[in-house]
Design a protein around this ligand. Sequence first.
Ligand SMILES: Cc1ncc(COP(=O)(O)O)c(C=O)c1O
Ligand SMILES: [Zn+2]
Length: 444
Amino acid sequence: MSSQLPHHPPPEPPFITELRCLRCGATYAPDEIDYVCPHHANEGSDLGSLDVRHDYEAIAAATSPAQIAADRDRSIGRYWALLPIADRHSLSPLAVGNTPLTHASRLGASIGLPNLYVKDDGRNPSASLKDRASAIAVARAQEAGRPVIATASTGNAAAALAAQCAAAGQENVIFVPKTAPQAKIAQLLVYGSTVLAIDGTYDQAFDLCVEACNEFGWYNRNTGYNPYMSEGKKTVSFEIAEQLTPHDSELTQYRVPDAVFVSVGDGCIIGGVHKGFKDLLALGWIERMPRIYGVQSTRSPALYNAWKAGQEIPEPVHADTRADSISVDAPRDPIKALNAVRQTGGAFLAVEDEAILEAMLPLARLGAVFAEPAGATAYAGLVQAVEDGLIRAHETVVVINTGSGLKDVNAAIQVTGGVRVIEPTLEAVRGALEINHSQPTIHQ
Ligand SMILES: Cc1ncc(COP(=O)(O)O)c(C=O)c1O
Ligand SMILES: [Zn+2]
């Protein structure tokens, strides 16, 4: 080889070319900026959310569907070439991802969809999809040598951060509304986070966390504000594609569902779902995009309203849904969320809180998935979409459950009507179950 040729060392991870503002199109080098595009500071601190852009050639040279399938690490670490971290070993030892995708045939039959699947992300280590993002936040803080990481959260992102920080030995400060369900607050306390319960809304906690990070130099994990959170959440789409595809050691292409349903608060999860499929399409690992459907509560409908009105930025609402994880006045990742739906030919749906709580029952009884209200919201949206004729019967549909039902047991007790208490006698059993001697069937 001639010594005259310029030496080009192969690119090294992370294979990121630039950060691009989704609002004004300004681009930044990956190490130039940590959070949002500074051009929009006067419109609200978080409106210039950044899209992380990749060197797909370098990614394709570094990994492939067959290599990912053969990786013995089943956590999100197997997607290392697509993650915004320099070294997969920067991920904490608390493994995230590899949650089950189940063909929910009885649940599907109940609404005329034989090809219905449920992706149960409540089966992550801290019991929500947010583990995927918090794992990335902690890995990036560790790689950058940042001593303290902070977040504001409706509860799950914080619980996920607390768990990852415990695993990595990372100091962290959490801002949550004091009304967050007890289970989520218990998770924060038990993992040893510094917890500040705010006498106010999630939106106030969010702004306070941004201010505190600026003041004290903490690394900020806030959803929508930190551009790398959708990079963690996108791994759910990689898994959906992989899990829908029969295993094959020569694997080059994944199957893709026709439609994906996901609940929406700030819009970061749905943005991540979209980004994951966009990555796979850019790599040529899938042939087309699924339609992405975002589901909100009618009591927290800011993104649904914006989608319906054709607006780019949603008007804030006064949110008070029982599905606490998606109770958001001013969504913090609106552009990614609206793009996910608009660019894939999906839709936003808004469902009543009663339908959300009721959706927990078929999900559990026919699908064997115990979801918190925000998780069940996605299924409630699918039921409505079927009624509205948005889904054809033969289509492959994936509903993502974003959080475990154990996060909010009061909701489960409420929707089931609670337990019946009886005297400890057989007579009482007979009476309660209306068991009749000639015909021993149980009536409940
Ligand atoms: C269980 C659950 N579902 C859905 C969401 C909504 O995600 P996003 O705020 O990114 O739209 C959250 C966010 O906290 C959540 O915890
Ligand atoms: Zn901008």
